[in-house]
Design a protein. Sequence first.
Length: 256
Amino acid sequence: MSTTLLVDGNAVAYTINLDDCHDEKDFARKFFSRLREYSKQFTSMVKCVLFFDNKNGTWRDKIYPDYQKNRKAQREKYTEAQQDEANKRTSYLIYLENLIDKSKFDRISYPHTETDDMIALYCKNIQEDGENCIILTTDKDLFQLICDSGKKKVHVLFLIKRKLIKDEKEGKDILERKIMLGDPSDSIPSVCQGVGPKYYPDFKLFLKTVKENKVDPTNKEEAKKICESLGVKYINSFSNFSQEQLIVNNLLVNLN
């Protein structure tokens, strides 16, 4: 089975400390050095495909205008030094992408599209039988693409822990949790305001049972009965469940 590295280029680039770089050429050298370091553990590597964000507004912004609102607000509060660093990183990335285009590497970038979407499209439509894809990233959203069975395997080299993740269940759990609880970093709200990590296991079981029994989760009396039958604690926040937000979150988060 051949191995293809699918590189989240922005993620790898952001592991590089700009203070350690003399200029854009030094930044590029460090980037390629990281790639060599990561690829050494895969002896059957045949090719390397690099993906870079090409945002300027994504399709997610159209269906959910508040998408990544928190990040945009943070950027507006940048100090002069922070803005200078952001501008420098942007210019270094432009230099790096131009350099990659002149190299033997394949680079994929598409207007208004985030890296995780492009990697998902590769795994779904380009990956061939017998091709083992290893995704290099710091983004747990890509765990949902993990597949450890069949003719097309997908694993994730999680750069934060430098650990190869092969567990499909871990990917599915992360996906389901983010859909349900939202993601503050992307300004995606919970499908049930007031329900956080502490009550998530109970809420997950509650919602599954509600769906099976075709009960309205916003009906407090019925909801309490369901909780009693399950032996879980009912909290008033369970009645805040929003089916509309569930649909939106699934569209925003699910790469499949």
